[in-house]
Design a protein around this ligand. Structure first.
Ligand SMILES: Nc1nc2c(c(=O)[nH]1)N[C@H]1C(S)=C(S)[C@@H](COP(=O)(O)OP(=O)(O)OC[C@H]3O[C@@H](n4cnc5c(N)ncnc54)[C@H](O)[C@@H]3O)O[C@H]1N2
Ligand code: MOO
Length: 371
């Protein structure tokens, strides 16, 4: 028995190889071959549709076997108890791959470090995070895979902070079978998803500001940064309360570099006042300023510099006032060893505006989502 199904019927003409060409979208013609077989000969064949079971006593109604299920020996008795003597099965050609096998092949190819692949069901597999970390993949490669209308790869944004057990991607093969050559094309794209674990960085805190040093204002940064650093598995080496003097600040940074800090966070003195000397002190101490100023609000005065492999951050005072700022968009990357470049952060503006919702749900909101 042959049946033709046309997907995405905006199509106008049917081209070579069963490809439907049209103005708006391209679909593939699926040639679904169905055959009725005796139950005794059904093993290893593929069900063409869901088989419903109704159990009045148990009050159950639902699919007992799903479309696409490959009949196994142990299924035969169950099918007989459901009153089945014949089954409508699907026939695959040599060059075709069943949806579940195709999902598994695609899943195995894209599942990298820090992720688990779920078993296929109804042509769908998921990638699940194994540990806390940063989701990492190349979006262009995912778009390339999705340019074939026969499957969908659907993901969280790159650089999403994930927890163990979080689903980070789901993908589904849309027809019951795809061509082997077509699947191999997708596998060759070489897309890999990973969760990058956070490194347990040792952090030195340089608190600037004459008013903090003299005690007029009580420091509020330490407890906040301690909490943020602990989330990534980092630890605070210590705090140095420097004044406003550029040389005193760079001396404090150098002392932390010499005592083994991987990351130094300087706070305050980042804007335009006469005694805002922190950026100069950082620039004087580091080898390379990655950026000074970032298109994110709040936190536009953030600065990142490098001394060898070590990172020096200048955090503006708004970080002590607002719970979530530019610092929270760059810290995950720094802890994951993915130091943001100027080119990357210059694209943070779109999505870099905090909405200041009355009930905050960061990071599950638009703030920093595409950053
Ligand atoms: N004319 C302009 N004014 C401001 C600009 C600008 O571009 N042009 N930028 C604004 C931005 S953005 C920020 S953020 C703020 C603050 O920047 P600073 O990092 O220079 O902050 P400070 O002047 O050092 O301090 C401001 C405020 O916060 C208190 N503070 C500082 N450190 C601590 C601490 N450890 N614990 C508690 N409180 C602290 C400090 O006492 C001040 O009250 O500048 C805008 N202005
Ligand atoms: O733009 Mo500032 O560094 O308030 O947030």
């Amino acid at each position: 028995m042959f049946r033709f199904i046309i997907k995405y019927t905006h199509s106008l003409t049917i081209g070579k190889g069963g490809i439907v060409k049209g103005k708006r979208s391209i679909g593939r013609i699926l040639k679904v071959r169905k055959k009725i077989v005796d139950l005794n000969q059904a093993i290893n064949h593929i069900l063409s549709h869901d088989l419903t079971k109704i159990d009045v006593e148990m009050g159950y109604k639902g699919p007992r076997f799903k479309k696409g299920h490959v009949i196994k020996e142990e299924d035969i008795e169950i099918l007989r108890s459901m009153g089945r003597e014949h089954l409508t099965i699907l026939e695959l050609e040599e060059d075709e791959v069943h949806e579940d096998d195709a999902a598994l092949a695609l899943g195995s190819a894209i599942c990298g470090k820090g992720l688990k692949l779920t078993a296929p069901s109804e042509g769908r597999c998921n990638l699940i995070a194994d540990f806390r970390g940063l989701l990492y993949f190349d979006p262009d490669k995912v778009n390339m895979i999705n340019s074939d209308p026969d499957w969908v790869v659907v993901t969280l944004y790159p650089y999403t902070m994930v927890e163990p057990g979080d689903m980070v991607a789901g993908f589904r093969i849309l027809p019951l079978a795809v061509k082997r050559a077509q699947l191999e094309r997708a596998l060759r794209v070489g897309a890999t998803f990973e969760v990058r674990a956070y490194n347990p960085l040792k952090v030195g805190l340089v608190t600037t500001g004459g008013e903090i040093k003299s005690g007029i204002i009580k420091d509020a940064f330490r407890s906040k940064l301690e909490r943020k650093v602990a989330y990534f598995g980092g630890s605070l080496l210590g705090q140095n309360i420097a004044g406003d003097d550029q040389y005193e600040i760079s001396e404090a940074i150098r002392n932390f570099l010499n005592s083994g800090a991987d990351l130094i966070i300087c706070t305050g003195g980042m804007s335009v006042d006469a005694d805002d000397n922190t950026p100069r002190a950082i620039a004087q101490t580091c080898d390379e300023v990655k950026f000074k100023g970032i298109p994110v609000l709040p936190g536009s005065m953030l600065m990142v510099g490098m001394k060898g492999e070590k990172v020096i951050i200048g955090a503006p005072a708004c970080v002590v006032h607002d719970e979530w700022t530019s610092l929270d968009l760059v810290l995950p990357r720094i802890f994951a060893g993915l130091i943001p470049t100027f080119e990357e952060i210059s694209r943070f503006g779109i999505g870099g505006l905090c909405r200041r919702c009355s009930t905050c749900s960061f990071p599950n909101c638009s703030f920093g989502v595409k950053c």
